[in-house]
Design a protein around this ligand. Structure first.
Ligand SMILES: [Zn+2]
Ligand SMILES: [Zn+2]
Length: 65
């Protein structure tokens, strides 16, 4: 298993394509669950932080020649 973009919350299986919170071990949770857990990962007790949007959502003008 390498690094991969997870598309579902580990707690409630909600889709997290747009807004996801991850810990340093890449446990992935949705916004609701993250708020419920006070931004603390239940797996590793690490802080959950908002994941940057995937590169595919960046403006195409920034890389297209
Ligand atoms: Zn959730
Ligand atoms: Zn974790």
């Amino acid at each position: 298993m390498g690094l991969e973009m997870k598309g579902a919350c580990e707690k409630c299986q909600a889709n997290v394509d747009l807004i996801a919170y991850i810990c340093v071990h890449e446990c992935t949770f949705c916004e609701n669950c993250t708020n419920d857990m006070s931004n603390i990962c239940p797996n590793c007790s690490g802080e959950l932080v908002k994941r940057p949007k995937p590169a595919k959502y960046m403006c195409p003008m920034s890389w297209r020649k």
